[in-house]
Design a protein around this ligand. Structure first.
Ligand SMILES: C[S@@+](CC[C@H](N)C(=O)[O-])C[C@H]1O[C@@H](n2cnc3c(N)ncnc32)[C@H](O)[C@@H]1O
Length: 334
């Protein structure tokens, strides 16, 4: 077995350097003698003495993430990292706190080994801009940001660098799908790659109009329509829903508004397009439901309609004290 031989006091630094450069052979254990340490490597490594010696093979059982980072991070740091994992198809996206950014390569390699996915990326910015995407830094594996995510039997193709997608909304999408009845005409005002429309149309015989301003998202939605066996029909439109919807000459039984930061500014469009008795699935970021309920009520009032709130729930936590909340309202003509 090829090893790098280093004085014992340099063992940890050498191990970190070799791991970071992806040169360490992770299938064998490092050996520490009285004066020297031996680190298994795949090939000759410049700047180090290379020797051949027998090293114990690593157990073939999958490593736990904690084991892979043992000695490098505290238990709490490892646990925080573990809860930051978002797995989208065969891609892992990690949120690495500022004080651990210097160790990102080691963390990325451990995440790749632990999850056995194709690629690991790190969040480099918050979700931003009209298209709600974030900057990502490639950390480990193969730098290919296109993947197919499976959700409730649906196949959702996307490029994690080009479109918004959150696997954390899967339960919410299922919940909405389960409340949909065959025959509904549905508008998804901010559809992205189409997770709501695809999950619903796989299970219900409905007519869905899906709009997004991001060209790439609509291109993936069009692919996703072909990738899935659908009971319902989905028609896609690319553009600003405020403009695009001017050409719609029908009313909808349900309108889905998952643009939580700004959905309230489109409530006038939604109340204009909703059928009498239709449901608005409204989302926003808030610490309570009151703000969203008031916004729905005043938007209804402004066009001479009323709204009955039928359900409110927390979809996911976004920051301490703030939630992505869902409010379902039925709109009625007065
Ligand atoms: C939070 S994402 C939600 C995507 C999708 N509904 C989902 O659950 O994955 C919001 C989407 O709204 C789109 N968007 C933002 N402003 C828009 C507008 N004025 N008209 C249409 N789509 C818009 C963005 O491109 C983005 O894909």
């Amino acid at each position: 077995m090829k090893c790098v031989k280093v004085p014992l006091r340099q063992l940890n630094d050498a191990r970190i350097e070799l791991m970071e450069k992806g040169l360490m052979n992770m299938d064998y254990r490092i050996k520490a003698g009285d004066e020297f340490g031996y680190i298994p490597v795949n090939d000759n490594v410049k700047g180090y003495e290379i020797v051949c010696m027998h090293l114990e093979e690593m157990p073939k059982v999958p490593h736990s993430f904690s084991e892979l980072l043992e000695g490098e991070l505290t238990g709490e740091e490892i646990e925080n990292l573990r809860t930051s994992f978002d797995t989208i198809g065969d891609i892992v996206i990690l949120e690495i706190p500022d004080d651990l950014v210097d160790k990102r390569q080691m963390i990325g390699d451990a995440a790749l080994k632990f999850t056995k996915r194709k690629a690991v990326y790190m969040k480099k910015s918050a979700i931003k801009g009209t298209t709600r995407i974030r900057d990502l830094e490639f950390l480990a594996g193969e730098d290919d940001s296109v993947t197919i995510h499976k959700e409730h039997g649906a196949r959702l193709k996307l490029d994690v660098r080009e479109v918004y997608f959150s696997p954390r909304l899967a339960t919410e999408r299922k919940r909405v799908m389960e409340s949909v009845k065959d025959g509904e005409r549905i508008l998804d005002m901010f559809c992205g790659i189409g997770p709501f429309p695809i999950v619903i149309a796989r299970n219900r015989d409905v007519e869905i109009t899906a709009v997004d301003i991001n060209e790439s998202a609509i291109a993936y939605l069009d692919e996703n329509i072909k990738l899935n066996k659908l009971k319902g029909n989905i028609e896609s439109y690319c553009g600003d829903v405020r403009e695009v919807s001017k050409s719609f000459n029908l009313k909808f039984d349900r309108i889905i508004m998952n643009l939580p930061g700004l959905a309230y500014t489109f409530l006038d469009v939604a109340f204009d397009l909703i059928e009498d008795g239709g449901t608005i699935n409204y989302y926003e970021f808030s610490d309570s439901y009151e703000q969203g309920i008031k916004r729905l009520e005043s938007a209804a009032d402004a066009v001479g309609k009323k709204v009955e709130i039928v359900n409110c729930r927390k979809v996911k936590s976004t920051s301490p004290g703030e939630w992505h909340v869902a409010i379902d309202g039925k709109a009625y003509n007065k």
